[in-house]
Design a protein around this ligand. Sequence first.
Ligand SMILES: Cc1cc2nc3c(=O)[nH]c(=O)nc-3n(C[C@H](O)[C@H](O)[C@H](O)COP(=O)(O)O)c2cc1C
Length: 377
Amino acid sequence: MLYYAAPMEGITTYIYRKAHARWYGGIDRYFTPFIADRKMTPRERRDILPENNTGLTLVPQILANKADDFLTIAKRIASYGYDTVNLNLGCPSGTVTAKKRGAGFLCDPDALDAFLCEIYEKCPLKISIKTRLGVSDLKEWNRLLDLYAKYPVHELIVHTRLLQEFYTGRPHPEAYADAIERLRCAGIPLCYNGDIISWESLQNTVDTVIKNTPAVRGMPGAGGLQQTNPAAGAPFPERYDGLNRIMIGRGLLRNPALVKQLRCSGQTGKDTVTEGGPDLETLRAFHDEILDGYRQIMSGDLPVLFKMKDLWAYMISSFTESGTVNAHPTAPCAATAPASTSHVRKNAAAYLKKIRKADRLSAYQIAVDNLFREQCP
Ligand SMILES: Cc1cc2nc3c(=O)[nH]c(=O)nc-3n(C[C@H](O)[C@H](O)[C@H](O)COP(=O)(O)O)c2cc1C
């Protein structure tokens, strides 16, 4: 299984990615948040500078609906040595879709077709696409699949929701099964994205996809992720080319160790995600590196606080959702080590409130120190 870290505008900056790669790793590809400026802003340039992205594989993402804009940005990206770019056809934000960009472009398949025709003809880089299933009706998906099948799409990353569903409600893994059937002949690799937050959610997604993919239902190993019989080889997804790439966004922000734990679960067949809790020492080191990184590049407390608070909106879940806390992991699969009892789970909201209220970095540090200190037995 290949695991990708999803682009999250404002959050998965190079500071975040580098810290994640150093303290957790396990990610096959990180994707930058979208680049939309033809000239690229200094911030966008810094975000893709190779020296800011050492030790990880990065795919820069472009948001555009004019071929000329796309090609101009791609050329700049190529000058930094990248060989692949990703096209954003998934962003549901009103400011983006109002200009028919991101998922907003999906409402005009003819214009999208002309755009794809030109960029695939002229762009020297490999182009992967991150798409949604359509704008407002799942029936749009078939037309989009026909469109994508016409081009040498390097990889199609599918967020299994419609534009109108934003990030809420149940995703539609069945639609991903349709894509497997439809794009198999076109030889386009697929990557699944949407609500993978645990071993259980990954299992359920794979099971649903298998149930809806007649061609693979009867294949040996199509029994789901739990298959751990050594005689049968690697667990199912390792051997199944329909669903062997997963992109994770919010789940990884909430639990930065998630991919490591999913890999471990894949090897052992046991749920190592919920059995343990966060390794506090690593989480603290990860947090401190991100904080230091922002302090070095931003002036004044407020912009740094803004970034850190955005991150805590997700990271607080490490203290609330994963059960008990594992302060001193020793086992190779850290999350399976014996866990100590969390004192903080019930009070996580209060700690988050203090972090959010901090208007100086000194107050922020105290709030974070308290949160981590209270967790330690
Ligand atoms: C705050 C936020 C920012 C995002 N920024 C981007 C972006 O720049 N480019 C993009 O393709 N997707 C973006 N996304 C979508 C994510 O990459 C991902 O597709 C989405 O969160 C669903 O995956 P998940 O269920 O694993 O979180 C963003 C999502 C959120 C919540």
